[in-house]
Ligand binder design. Structure first.
Ligand code: DGY
Length: 347
């Protein structure tokens, strides 16, 4: 019998990060050998006797997996900031420590949120399609062709407001990027179970240098915002928070950006809203039911809707940062040390 601790890793983390695990003489590392989503049956079989498991968003972390691992399991680490794939109650009940990857992806996702606001507002869906399909010769430059709302604003332009559903790290990093675009007004909606804190809002307004920063109800956020960023966690509490009622209340010139989770937006309602012009456009990095999103999906077919395949954190630096953090979380949990980003599962 080997004294080594078995760890199971559901994807190869690449040459910068795998040595953290593979070169550790105290570990017996089992890695899913393919460049594809880890097969559930393989994971359950290989989890047997594992002390640590490192997974992606695609792997369900539930009682079945923890049972398959058995009592040796000390730590589970996910290479993601989101953890709606994890049964936190089961983890807490079994005293299994849990690590995730906040902070390292904040800038990458905030960058992409701005990119999608620009892409949706400037209708890059239709305009790039025109070029790609060889149709450009049929379009002459003309005064108002392809015109959409401008993101940047100046002190002499009409007031423009950024709205955030969820106002955590990524939302605030997105606001920081909007300030140089001239934004001075920020509204946000937060989890109704947390109390409002006007003093904290005033401090944030001063920090980001905006004139207005207020927590509001969803109805006001929908009707007052020129660009709405969906940046709250997934899960039952936020399911379809952007629904037909919300979309009908939006300005016809507004843009919606979702870089959080697909489940927050009712896809059918958004497709209908875009077809009927309740808002100008949408930039969507996440779609409910992903990755099973074919060319016939209502949002892929919807006008002025840019859809990306969940690439918010997909920069090389960020992914190396996430993989490193996930590996270090695993090591901390295995050896009873601090984990750089441990989630308190018993809250
Ligand atoms: C996460 O980490 O939860 C993201 O959605 C992946 O980029």
């Amino acid at each position: 019998m080997s004294n080594k601790l078995k760890v199971v890793v559901s994807r190869d983390l690449g040459p910068d990060v795998m040595p953290l695990l593979l070169d550790n003489k105290e570990l017996d590392v089992v890695v899913w050998p393919h460049n594809s989503v880890c097969d559930r049956k393989w994971l359950l079989e290989n989890a047997a006797g594992a002390s640590g498991i490192l997974v992606m968003l695609s792997e369900k972390l539930d009682a079945e997996l923890f049972d398959a691992a058995g009592p040796s399991l000390r730590v589970v680490s996910t290479m993601s900031v989101g953890y709606e794939h994890a049964d936190l109650k089961e983890l807490a009940k079994r005293n299994i420590r849990f690590g995730y990857t906040p902070d390292v992806l904040t800038d990458a996702v905030a960058d992409l949120s701005i990119m999608l606001a620009l892409m949706a507002g400037r209708n890059t869906k239709e305009t790039t399609e025109i070029v790609q399909s060889g149709q450009w010769p049929n379009f002459v430059w003309s005064p108002f062709a392809f015109c959409g709302p401008q993101l940047s604003t100046t002190s002499t332009s009409p007031k423009r407001t950024a709205g955030f559903i969820g106002f955590g790290r990524i939302a605030q990093a997105t606001l920081a990027r909007l300030v140089p675009f001239g934004f001075q007004h920020c509204l946000y909606a937060a989890n109704p179970s947390t109390p409002a804190d006007p003093a904290a809002d005033a401090a944030l307004a001063a920090k980001y240098g905006v004139r207005e920063l207020r927590r509001v109800l969803l109805a006001e956020l929908a009707s007052e915002s020129d660009v709405v960023f969906v940046l709250a966690p997934g899960g039952p509490a936020t399911y379809h928070i952007v629904d037909e009622k919300f979309l009908r209340a939006m300005k016809r010139s507004a843009v919606l950006v979702n870089t959080a989770r697909g489940t927050l937006v009712d896809s059918d309602a958004l497709a209908k809203a875009l077809h009927e012009g309740w808002l100008y456009g949408a930039g969507i990095d996440v779609v409910e039911g992903e990755p099973k999103i074919g060319a016939d999906h209502p949002l892929v077919k919807a006008p002025r809707c840019v859809v990306l395949p969940h690439i918010g954190s997909a920069t090389t630096d960020t992914r190396i940062g996430m993989a490193t953090l996930a590996a270090n979380n695993l090591l901390g949990g295995l050896f009873g040390k601090d984990m750089p980003a441990e989630l308190n599962t018993s809250r």
